[in-house]
Design a protein around this ligand. Sequence first.
Ligand code: C2O
Ligand code: CU
Ligand code: CU
Length: 541
Amino acid sequence: MSTFSRRRFLEFAALSGVAGLAERLGAIPRDARAAADHSQGAGHGTAAQTVPGGAARNKLLLPGDRGVLGILDATAPLAITARTIEHAVLPGKATPLWVYEVAHQGRIYINPIFRVRAGGEFRATLDNRLREDTIIHWHGLHVDERNDTHPRYAVKSGGRYDYAFKVADRAATYWYHPHPHGLTSRQAYMGLASLFLVEDDEERALQKALDLRLGVSDIPLVIQDKRFDARGMLVYAPADDEWFGGFVGETVLANLTPQPYFDAATRVYRFRLLNGSNARLYRLSFVQAGKALDFHLIGSDGGLLERAYRVKEAFLSPGERADVLLDLSKAQVGSSVLLKSLAFDPMHLEAAGGGHAGHAMPMQGPMEGMEMDILTINVRTAVRFERKIPGRLSRLPALKASGAKDRVFTLEEKNMQWRINGLAFDMRATPVTVNRNTVEVWEIRNARQSMPHPMHVHGFQFRVLERRGSPEQQRGLALDAQGRCASDTGWKDTVLVWPGETVRIGIDFTHKFSGDQIYLFHCHNLEHEDRGMMLNYRVKA
Ligand code: C2O
Ligand code: CU
Ligand code: CU
């Protein structure tokens, strides 16, 4: 192990502050080294270490009718304040967090989960009480650039910004987070992020069919990894290699709860998973007694799939959402199921031959790609549950991509900076122009000597048309000749592109807004985004 990597590893070991350091000093680097060895086509089972101390001790924070992640039916205009508060994330410690606070009808909401009806109006004012610029972006929503909101609209400390838009999108689990250029990663890391749920008739039909209730049997799970210091403060201080590889933490939170458990009954549960991490990927799986259980993938970033897909695992990269059903109707009372991230090959190939830390360790540090526990689900209560998962969930019109204009985007490193087509973000430059009311195919090619990049398009949802050159751990999930996996079958706004992989997406740029619209195309690894792995694109009226 290089001295460089050893330093990073020791930092992690010190920060994680749990017993077993001595073993891990020996064990983890060995496994991480195996995980970094891509030449063997390795991936499955290479980094089989479980992060120690994974026993679930804290009740999962569930969204209620107020407070942290409270559900707020956004029918009237809202006043959203971005500010800092203290919240007991770790038991017995007050952690300063940066949050969105809303006072509404006598209740205080912290990072509210907004719930809106498709076709409804959303009105809000952002009041920036942080000490720096900020702005809210509504991730996944089809709105004009003024509401999107392009980073050039960021408001100064003490400033305000008004949002008003019609919710034109279908039902889905969207989310919101800051987007001031260069400051997004830190602000999101410090806590500014939550969900934006849109409901429509199809969604209501599903809720009815399976008796799903938000916060009870329909469970939003915001998954974020954090680094804490001994006093329980969030640590966000990326070193150069972390700006390059992405900043990962050793503690995985679900709904701001470390080591969470959830008490369940013998019925079907829905989990709406958001990867709200800055840089960490998850390979999600529900595991019982060491065996991966079947679950049903029913939705992706842009809402319900045509039908439920029975799977055993799904990758979820930063910015992406997965809507899943877990059938516990036949589970034994007293048994537990673990929602985990399974070990995978993190494919940090950016260092290969790059004159950096050498070949032995991924740049990322020892933690990426290792098996981790996210949530323990304890089956506690027997109930009668005889409802069936509907055969058809939605009807997704095919995108007419034939004859569409093809555009190529290459992702690669230049002078230790990630670039799209060799370009770094420039607020005033608009290197891509598309015509309104046309369909384009964007071919996103990730270099071989690279790392995974979750690529996100503002303003429009897209369809995944094809994956080429996928690594084994992705190819193994393919359902069709185009190499697409279950989550690729729906509407998407963020798609993971592995090193050496090419992903083709189809986007319909039809819209009803007046005038030109400037949106962003960027990597949702937030360190990459802030360091310029982002482009403006213009939709010409
Ligand atoms: Cu969720 Cu431009 O981002
Ligand atoms: Cu977005
Ligand atoms: Cu990236």
